[in-house]
Ligand binder design. Structure first.
Ligand code: NAD
Length: 401
């Protein structure tokens, strides 16, 4: 599996013993089921990777390509992500192999409830806390909570996050990923003393559009943005409120008038200071990495840089802020939602933003310290930091390395 290859590669740097490598190479639990909806059966998974630092945490995706290997890989990366942001949580992931576009809303509700019926004994606010992921929504989280509470006969809103506000959700969750990215980026900009702040953002969905808007309001020049249908560029900077309104009306950023149309490939190679991939994985490759001109790459998308590309970026001394830190604002506010539910509190927007800033700036500075003191790149510093935090918790619980 991909994560095992990654572990084998990083093992010597992390000085992992054989037992430590074994421990990190397999999830603690893999739960599987077949869910029946309207006479059809769909494979479903919940993989609980590591819980040394707290209850498992990770989204549930409904997607036609879901399989055990993918869910396991994602569960591994969730364990690292919660560790990097120092959240008192472990890592998990779930999924159902289905194209949700083939189902009616009523059938999606049935599928969501069936998922909980299959796995509810392994879930709970002190056990495993799911959240939305690809093609799963706050509404789906509310159905799942309802099914869980019906089955257990107890109120436990903290058993799932990403809920609608009225069902125990948290303020700020909608922009959390982008806002976390902004906090981390601002620290990176200070550390490398970047004076010009010209930005290109690939992807204009939840993560990318909120990022564009937040940075634009903070005074950054957003030179280019894109979606699946094309990219747009303006040397003097795009007016993001205009882009948002065109995107909302037409579904395409490329219909904004008075700007230059470019391709998604060109966007990655623009002469900007900051590049923010916020759409797909594997877009910065060995083919285009040498053409990247940005000084900072903030990985808001999951896995946008291939390993070969990463090596090229390192030789070019580009600071790559890896996904496990760059987009951890989402899981951090999910953690806050869980904490609010457990404490039966509702925090204000200002309070949540302050806490998010404190968490992510703290994480960035910790990593920066490690990175500055070592010979490896920032990404490696983040991986080693996360792995060491998980292993420290394991040892404190009695694991013998
Ligand atoms: P989304 O579905 O809201 O948006 C995706 C965007 O990418 C859309 O604008 C789409 O048009 C664009 N896109 C698709 N194909 C493209 C292509 N070939 N070139 C350029 N753009 C393309 O998704 P999202 O929630 O914004 O997530 C984006 C990325 O961020 C994913 O990698 C996701 O895993 C990661 N992420 C998101 C969150 C979150 O809270 N939303 C949290 C962590 C990580």
């Amino acid at each position: 599996m991909a994560f095992q290859q990654f572990l084998n590669k990083i093992a010597p740097l992390a000085k992992l013993t054989k037992t430590e490598l074994q421990l990190l190479s397999a999830p603690e639990h893999v739960w599987k089921a077949e869910l029946s909806v309207s006479g059809k059966k769909y494979p479903a998974y919940r993989v609980q990777f590591n819980s040394a630092r707290g209850p498992y945490k990770g989204g549930i995706r409904f997607h036609p390509e879901v399989n055990e290997e993918e869910v396991t890989n994602l569960a591994f990366w969730m364990s690292l992500k919660t560790a990097v942001a120092d959240l008192p949580l472990g890592g998990a992931k779930g999924g159902v192999r289905i194209n949700p576009k083939d189902l009616t809303p009523k059938e999606i509700e049935k599928l969501s409830r069936a998922y909980i019926r299959a796995f509810y004994q392994h879930l709970g606010s002190q056990q495993d806390v799911p959240a939305p992921d690809v093609y799963t929504t706050p509404q789906i989280m509310a159905w799942m909570l309802d099914e869980y509470e019906t089955l257990t006969g107890k109120k436990d809103p903290g058993m799932i996050t990403g809920k609608p506000l009225e069902a125990g959700g948290s303020k700020v969750r909608d922009i959390a990923t982008a806002l976390g990215g902004v906090y981390v980026l601002e620290e990176a900009v200070k550390k490398i003393g970047l004076s010009s702040k010209k930005v290109a953002i690939q992807g204009f969905g939840n993560a990318g559009s909120n990022m564009a808007n937040l940075l634009w309001k903070a005074g950054y020049t957003i030179a280019a943005v894109s979606d699946s249908q094309g990219a747009i560029y303006s040397a003097s900077g795009l007016s993001i409120d205009r882009v948002l309104s065109v995107k909302e009306k037409t579904g395409q950023v490329s219909l904004v008038p008075g700007v230059t149309a470019i391709t998604n490939d060109q966007l990655l190679e623009l002469a900007v200071d900051i590049l923010i991939p916020s759409a797909l994985s594997g877009v910065i490759t060995k083919k285009n990495a040498s053409q990247v001109k940005a000084k900072i790459i903030l990985e808001l998308a999951n896995g946008p840089t291939t390993q070969e590309a990463d090596e090229i970026l390192q030789t070019k001394k580009i600071l790559v802020i890896p996904d496990i830190l760059a987009n951890s604002g989402g899981v951090t506010v999910s953690c806050f939602e869980w904490q609010q539910n457990l404490a039966q509190e509702s925090w204000t927007e200002v309070e949540i933003k302050n806490r998010l800033k404190e968490k992510l700036v703290g994480a960035f500075l910790q990593l920066w310290k490690k990175y500055s003191a070592a010979k490896y790149d920032f990404r490696t510093a983040a991986y080693l930091y996360a792995i060491n935090k998980i292993l420290a918790a394991e040892r404190q619980r009695g694991f013998k390395p």
